[in-house]
Design a protein around this ligand. Structure first.
Ligand code: SF4
Length: 395
């Protein structure tokens, strides 16, 4: 039936798509691709009674293959790509002293909020697409994807791209002007759990040995931490410091940017400037009430959900008061154990630049990996008029 769980930024109702996805997979008419977000591989464990904080990446991959996906990829590949583009964008803006501070743009809840409420901030939003949209664009429209397998090269049919996200707002992002069509369907973590159950797959009994397909499957620890508040900024700092030549070993882990409880976190990055993290839309609103943010920071991460995506509206509901903390610890432990922990070290990303995109922010990269925003005052006024009329009816 219709699900009415509401996105935390109040913009959207969750529309389930898992029946459509199963239908398309069963028809086997198109080569199918699925990408999985970092927050999902931890939270899905809870749906199947595993201990909160259990990392289920391999089980999840095996379940997706059993559901019939031809290729199972990691959204994290594109998170590394996002960092290459966004980190370079930040350094270019710092150098030119323009459109600062840069606001992150990978959270569609935040982007929607800016378009509706503060269009004066649109020039400050990073033009870099979110990992979900980058992954879709690469899978559908790059020559690189054609090296994946014979089905891609033969163009049997345009690949069918599904993403699994912790987020209801990602469904809306997938149909934004200028990006629509790159991702065909977005499933929340909860919807995927329903799909797995509907096929009678015993998730908890699956083996943890599943592996992502390559070359759109490799990722670093930096991409993994995207799922936690402060993670996008920490990942960007790691690569921007490298590009700037100020990288050193102690600056790999930015503890002060971590944590699911504080509203606003800041850190001063050698050679770059002071950066801030707003943990939840309310924290961002608080920051914007004063004018200091304009001069104090060079970059600001905003994630609409408290805790970041691991607290997203598409994640399993939990009664555990420490659930965000547990999920965050699981995510940082994946990063700590990753053989590569900085986005520029991702060899698939390096190969993509070498073969097709030349360099971050090049014309080819701009075409495939960047987007634009627009004020949506009119939608806001339509919404307000509607709410007014509802008020009057009820009164
Ligand atoms: Fe979606 Fe993550 Fe933004 Fe929440 S923080 S709205 S889950 S992208």
């Amino acid at each position: 039936g219709q699900c009415t769980l509401v996105c935390p930024v109040g913009a959207l109702i969750e529309t389930p798509h898992w029946h459509d996805v199963l239908h398309t997979l069963d028809s086997r008419r198109r080569v199918s691709v699925v990408q999985v977000a970092p927050a999902t591989r931890v939270a899905i464990s809870e749906e199947f009674g595993l201990k909160p904080g259990t990392v289920s990446t391999g089980r999840l991959i095996n379940a997706l293959r059993q559901l019939g996906f031809d290729y199972v990829f990691d959204t994290n590949f594109a998170a590394d790509l996002t960092i290459m583009e966004e980190g370079s964008e930040l350094l270019a803006r710092v150098e030119a002293a323009t459109r600062l501070p840069l606001f992150t743009s990978c959270c569609p809840g935040w982007v929607n909020w800016v378009e509706l409420n503060r269009p004066d901030l649109l020039p400050n939003l990073s033009t870099t697409k979110s990992p979900q949209q980058m992954h879709g664009a690469i899978a559908k429209r790059s020559a690189f994807a054609q090296s994946l397998g014979p089905e891609f090269a033969e163009g049997r049919a345009e690949p069918y791209v599904v993403s699994v996200m912790p987020c209801t707002a990602k469904k809306d992002e997938a149909v934004r002007p200028g990006m629509a069509g790159d991702v065909d369907h977005v499933l929340t973590t909860r919807e995927l759990a329903r799909m797995i159950r509907s096929r009678g797959i015993a998730f908890g009994a699956l083996s943890e040995d599943g592996q992502f397909d390559s070359p759109l499957g490799e990722s670093t620890g930096a991409a993994q931490i995207f799922g936690a508040s402060g993670g996008v900024m920490e990942a960007m700092v790691r690569t921007a410091s490298h590009l700037k030549g100020t990288e050193d070993a102690p600056s790999l882990e930015w503890e002060v940017l971590r944590g699911v409880r504080e509203g606003i976190k800041t850190a001063t990055i050698p050679g770059i400037g002071t950066v801030a993290v707003c943990n939840g839309i309310a924290a961002a609103q608080r920051m914007l009430e004063e004018e200091e943010w304009r001069d104090d920071f060079v970059a600001i991460e905003v994630m609409a959900c408290v805790g970041g995506c691991l607290g997203g509206g598409g994640e399993p509901k939990s009664m555990d008061p420490d659930i965000l903390q547990k999920r965050a610890e699981a995510i940082y432990s994946i990063d700590a154990q990753a053989p590569r922990r900085r986005s520029y070290e991702n060899e698939d990303v390096q190969a993509l630049y070498a073969s097709e995109l030349a360099a971050p922010n090049s014309p080819a990269a701009e075409e495939l990996l960047h987007t634009h925003y627009a004020a949506r005052h009119s939608e806001r006024s339509i919404l307000m008029r509607f709410l007014d009329s509802v008020d009057r009816r009820d009164g």
